[in-house]
Design a binder for this molecule. Structure first.
Ligand SMILES: *Cc1c(COP(=O)(O)O)cnc(C)c1O
Length: 354
């Protein structure tokens, strides 16, 4: 059990009105969770405090060498009930990231308890409009005042909350994806499997390029041969080819998405054959051209399921499924969001009530 000291704000902020456009990641709730780590002492001083700015030395290691990790999950509201979706998976993945980044392990039960307790304190901030949720951002930063290159001896684990709008304001809408042939995001042996800022810093330039080209997301190829499909900026990618579900195998440079894992389990339970394997961009282009590429969708906590209507690779622009949402894509979206919002049965035991 984590002993959390709770100090509530005496000046609560005004919550967004019902029906207000929330967008993503700009509004923050009244409270935050903080816990410190000191070498020799371990994690200590777990507390929930009024949301506030941090005061850090400009020499704090996180500013210089990027030793940090983050997570992302959501709380969903249904009447008086509030749910999390597989938070134990976020706790496990946080520690996989921590290990790669030489950040001390956070006991899984501490991670889950911190998230649960903070969401309970700010439960009234979980928005109730259709499709809205409370985005939860746990993260760790290295806080030693030191310009030498070494793992820090002190850290902060922080959780903040942000009410967020429906990802698709007017129903699921297919997006266009830019297959990046110049820049790469990660390589095997690097930290592609970890959720850490550095991977995002490396990806911005291609995102800008894709946006300039009129595409909303980047699809990365492997960092060595630039031949095999990896993942989208903040989503994993799935293809339906000749009735089979195909997704790149986890190879060390791809982020192991919790939505990805859930989609695989749901598809298998429906009797689909799911292949986790290498997929070359040439195979994909050929499948798109001969009509066997039936559906393409991304998976991630933010959008849950994101239909892909168009793929661009060098000189080829491929339209998928006539630019419409595939049947399986829609069914997966309905099924997984139904579980998350507590509207349907939960055959996998994924929902955690607060
Ligand atoms: C977080 C993330 C995903 C999606 O993971 P989920 O657990 O499904 O939200 C995919 N790719 C990258 C690079 C990510 O950071």
């Amino acid at each position: 059990m984590l002993d959390i000291k709770i100090t509530k704000t005496t000046t609560p902020k005004e919550k967004p009105a019902k029906g207000a456009a929330l967008g993503f990641g700009r509004i923050f709730t009244d409270h935050m969770f903080i816990m410190n780590y000191t070498e020799g002492k371990g994690w200590h001083d777990a507390r929930i405090e009024p949301y506030h700015n941090l005061e850090l030395s400009p020499a704090s290691m996180v500013f210089h060498y990027g030793q940090e990790m983050f997570e992302g999950l959501k709380a969903y509201r249904n009447g008086d009930a509030a749910y999390l979706f597989r938070p134990d998976m976020n706790a496990k993945r946080a520690n996989a990231s921590n290990e790669r980044l030489c950040i001390p392990e956070i006991p899984e039960e501490y991670f889950v308890e911190a998230v649960k307790e903070l969401v309970k304190v700010d439960k009234d901030w979980i928005p109730t409009d259709e499709g809205t949720s409370l985005y939860i951002r746990p993260f760790v930063i290295a806080t030693d005042d030191f310009l030498g290159v070494a793992p820090s001896k002190t850290y902060m684990f922080i959780v903040i909350l942000s009410p967020s709008g429906a990802y698709y304001a007017s129903g699921l809408a297919p997006v266009g994806i830019w297959i990046e042939d110049e820049y790469v995001r990660a390589v095997k042996g690097g930290m592609g499997f970890a959720k850490t800022g550095g991977n995002y810093a490396a990806s911005l330039i291609a995102q800008v390029k894709a946006h300039d080209g009129g595409y909303s997301q980047v699809l990365w190829l492997d960092g060595v041969e630039r031949k095999y499909i990896e993942e989208v900026g903040a989503m994993n990618i799935f293809f339906k080819i000749n009735g089979k579900i195909v997704t790149p195998m986890l190879n060390g440079s791809i982020l192991p998405g919790i939505t990805r894992n859930s989609v695989i389990q749901v598809c298998k339970s429906w009797g689909y054959e799911v292949e986790e394997r290498k997929i070359s961009v040439d195979e994909l282009v050929a499948a798109a051209k001969n009509g066997s590429l039936e559906e393409v969708f991304g998976t991630g906590t933010a959008a849950v399921i994101s239909p892909v209507g168009k793929l661009r690779y060098v000189d080829d622009v491929m339209e998928i499924g006539g630019g419409k949402i595939g049947e399986l894509t829609q069914k997966l979206y309905d099924t997984i969001t139904g579980i998350q919002w507590g509207k349907t049965e939960d055959p996998f035991g994924w929902r955690v009530e607060l």
